[in-house]
Write a protein that binds this ligand. Structure first.
Ligand code: SF4
Length: 72
């Protein structure tokens, strides 16, 4: 699973078109029924220390995401 670091993200939206399931939105456009994922994303990225910010690295899935069936 990919997470977006809310500390380093500048909300430019450049990654929106790269998601194959249209799951990325600028923060102000996150649908009301997906608002919970903002906090889930923040909790998952809390694992990053300063050396991990701004880089692509693997982190543990948030428990809610880990329990969610993944697309094939
Ligand atoms: S490309 Fe996506 S993750 Fe990177 S700064 Fe822009 S909106 Fe944030």
């Amino acid at each position: 699973m990919f997470y977006i670091d809310p500390v380093t993200c500048v909300d430019c939206g450049a990654c929106e078109s790269l998601c194959p399931v249209d799951a990325i939105y600028k923060s102000r456009w996150v649908p009301s029924d997906e608002q919970e994922f903002i906090a889930i994303n923040e909790e998952a990225t809390d694992q990053l220390d300063e050396s991990g910010r701004g880089s692509a690295r693997e982190i543990d899935d948030h428990p809610v995401i880990a329990a969610t069936p993944q697309l094939p």
